[in-house]
Design a protein around this ligand. Structure first.
Ligand code: UDP
Length: 329
């Protein structure tokens, strides 16, 4: 087996994937510019500090380490920020992916696993999205990833590179051994925000909109444990190594929870009452976004092991408590 290049491997999801690759004894090199990632989150392999868009660096790395598979996580991921600074997202997410793909094809990389997002669906008519649902993103983050998917599709057609693009739903939770977790300051994701409130880092949890056309008026999402999501990447790599053809797959459990249901789980797990404050709707939020998620099970044999909201919350909360003892470096 050749070396695996993991871009963004010092970030939240990438670092969990690197740990799983370590458990299998894979040869890993991480490329991360540490703009939002942490050196100390890379618990395996070699860390190169640099930018995915740096062609010279990337080409040298691919050749020197004889990389034959790339897992590409490096990206900006904050939806509201993408609305305010769209070109930052197109540059860092779309243009950088194009540049990385060119380097990969030039160096003969065979397998590419791409971090995509359910945000490519925009507002699905029924609230559920299968892979063939229309892709009509409603924010630049989603568009930046969708265009990357198209580049990947078109480049794979005319090269020997094959790929799996995983469209993530709402990723949350942390490593059960407590070694890594979501560490970004000023996080905007619900589970993290609620856990920060429980440990005293925030004085309240805002609920963005309570008049949506959903059962309790708050938005519904498909929350996936980061451990299961990480496992899906290894399944994708195995599939490609065994000769599987390129595919774009949802990665979600296929069931949704509202904001109030998530906060209920946080209350039960923590035993704390929460200061929940109604707030206006947040721009770019679809009312309901839940995966139709059979294809990934059929094609990759992905078997989720942590489809349990309380398990997601308890691991996220344990990590938040660990962060109290000192920030990541
Ligand atoms: N949300 C909320 N309060 C928060 C953070 C998020 O009410 O402090 C809501 C948000 O409006 C959305 C859902 O929780 O309806 C999930 O948002 P998150 O940012 O976690 O993920 P997204 O679905 O935007 O990727």
């Amino acid at each position: 087996m050749g070396t695996i290049l993991v871009t963004g491997g010092a970030g939240y999801i990438g670092s969990h994937v690197v740990l799983k690759l370590a458990e299998r004894g894979e040869d890993v090199v991480v490329l991360d510019n540490l703009s939002t990632g942490f050196r100390s989150a890379v618990l395996h392999g070699d860390l190169m500090i640099g930018d995915t868009a740096d062609r010279h660096l990337v080409s040298k790395l691919l050749e020197a380490r004889r990389v034959d598979a790339v897992m590409h996580f490096a990206a900006h991921i904050v939806v509201p920020e993408s609305v305010e600074q769209p070109l930052k997202y197109y540059r860092n997410n779309t243009c950088a992916t194009g540049s990385l793909l060119e380097c990969c094809i030039e160096s003969g990389v065979r397998h590419f696993v791409f971090s995509s997002t359910a945000a490519v669906y925009g507002i699905p008519a029924t609230g559920r999205a299968g892979e063939d649902a229309p892709t009509e993103p409603i924010n630049p983050y989603g568009t930046s990833k969708l265009v990357s998917e198209w580049m990947l599709r078109d480049a794979a057609r005319v090269s020997s590179l094959d790929y799996v693009a995983l469209r993530y739903f709402n990723v949350a939770g942390a490593d059960f051994a407590g070694r890594i977790g979501q560490s970004t300051p000023n996080a905007t994701h619900l589970v993290k925000v609620a856990c920060e409130h429980v440990v005293g880092k925030r004085d309240h949890v805002p609920v963005f909109g309570n008049d949506y056309d959903t059962p309790d008026g708050t938005c519904v999402r498909d929350y996936v444990h980061v451990e299961d999501l990480a496992a899906a990447h290894l399944d994708a790599l195995d599939y490609l190594r065994q000769g599987g053809g390129s595919a774009t797959l949802n990665c979600g459990y296929g069931r949704g929870f509202s904001v109030h249901e998530v906060l209920g789980a946080v209350r039960r797990v923590s035993g704390e009452t929460l200061n929940v404050v109604p707030a206006p709707r947040r721009p770019g939020d679809p009312p309901q976004l839940v995966a139709v998620a059979e294809r990934i099970r059929d094609l990759l044999g992905w078997t989720p092991r942590h489809d349990d909201l309380e398990e997601i919350v308890s691991s996220a909360l344990a990590w938040e408590r660990r962060l109290l003892s000192g920030p990541m470096t």
